[in-house]
Design a binder for this molecule. Structure first.
Ligand code: SAM
Length: 360
């Protein structure tokens, strides 16, 4: 990493954006990482706020900050910022000056994003954010603090009109979408809205090089629980040959592509004749059962890579996810393979997370 995150001025902690209602899971994840790194601090949440905080109580905790900011490794975080200022009651007549004063005069940023959490309470602030963002950019330009070459981006998160958390991200290590939400357009001829989930998963869980290398025409995939075919559609669009396993009917236009073989079989029993490049699974089932089946595929080497959903239980959601991953790792390790897992609660996920897994 060229620029250490720790050169963020005065960072007092971390704030992560999350789906409203999942603040506690986001906080538990931050707590767990801090505990692993031996960092003193505490997580702080408010119900349905759409974000969670980790406050560092230890001076000069550079490694901690670095780890907590690893957006791509956090399951429940859509974005993570190093907090450099907290404002509880900004004056309506001039909200900008206090924020500018929190940024050292010689510190430059490539851009500034004025955002709200993805919460009901913050929805009416969208128009304000847009105009305030313009004013912020102009002011930074005037003070010569806007520099396209800077690796930093400034974020002003407004949970209410008066309250703001000011933070920094390193552009190359942060979610590249405002609010951490990729705005994807629903493709008109896709068979179901679920299609957006796999599309988002590939944008969020893979980098550009991986998307290029791992999806080439002629590659093969199995889609477990495929009907009516939104996920299969994404694979076909990338030129893959797909075996769609589901008792339900598949979209006719998709079948006419000639790239899909439909098998009316039980997705928990289906086995491919030959190894496939991808196995994807969107069967609505208990997370443990899905995780066990995914582990069986990866341990046996029936697929190289996989993307699947894990529905979250009503209680102990964080612990349940950790348990599922531990079980998968144990099974794959027992088969003499290493398992890599990347997981995210996507914007298009509700009571679930989406997981990318591959063996090495
Ligand atoms: C959420 S839908 C999948 C939507 C699909 N990914 C799409 O994008 O259109 C879940 C599907 O899983 C299928 N399913 C559930 N249990 C299954 C099983 N044991 N074997 C095969 N399919 C199953 C259901 O029939 C249903 O079509």
């Amino acid at each position: 990493m060229a620029t250490p995150l720790t050169s963020a001025p005065f960072a007092s902690g971390v704030v992560v954006y999350c789906r409203a209602g999942f603040e506690s899971e986001a906080a538990q994840e931050l707590d767990a990482i801090a505990a692993q790194a031996g960092v003193a601090g505490f997580a702080r949440t408010e119900r349905n706020a759409g974000f969670a905080e980790f406050v560092l109580t230890q001076e000069g905790a550079p490694d901690a900050l670095q780890r907590l900011l690893g957006w791509s490794r956090l399951t429940f975080a859509r974005q993570s910022l190093a907090v450099i200022g907290q404002f509880k009651a900004l004056p309506r007549e001039d909200r900008l000056s206090p924020l500018l004063a929190a940024l050292p005069a010689d510190f430059r940023v490539g851009d500034v994003w004025v955002e709200t959490p993805d919460s009901d309470a913050a929805k009416p602030l969208t128009a304000f954010c847009r105009s305030f963002n313009n004013a912020f950019v102009q002011q930074l330009r005037r003070s010569h603090q806007l520099d396209a070459a800077s690796p930093w981006r400034l974020h002003a998160l407004f949970p209410t009109g008066e309250r703001c958390l000011l933070g920094l991200t390193l552009v190359d290590h942060a979610a590249p979408w405002p609010q951490g939400i990729p705005r994807l357009k629903f493709p008109r001829d896709a068979p179901s809205r679920s299609t957006l989930k796999l599309d988002e998963a590939l944008q969020v869980l893979l980098n550009a090089g991986e998307r290029e290398r791992w999806f080439k025409p002629g590659m093969t995939a199995v889609d477990l629980g495929a009907a009516p075919g939104g996920w299969t559609w994404q694979l076909v669009r990338r030129g893959l040959q797909v075996t769609a396993v589901d008792n339900g009917p598949m979209n006719e236009a998709l079948m006419a592509s000639g790239l899909v073989a439909h098998k009316r079989e039980d997705g928990f029993r289906y086995q491919p004749r030959q190894r496939v490049d991808w196995m994807v699974c969107d069967m609505v089932e208990q997370p443990r059962r899905v995780a066990e089946r995914m582990a069986a595929w990866l341990a046996a080497g029936w697929c190289l890579r996989s993307v699947f959903n894990l529905k979250l239980p009503m209680k102990k959601r964080y612990a349940e996810v950790q348990q599922a991953f531990a079980t998968m790792r144990a099974e794959v390790n027992a088969a003499g393979r290493e398992l890599e897992i990347r997981a995210k609660q996507l914007y298009h996920d509700r009571e679930e997370i989406t997981v990318f897994a591959q063996t090495r």
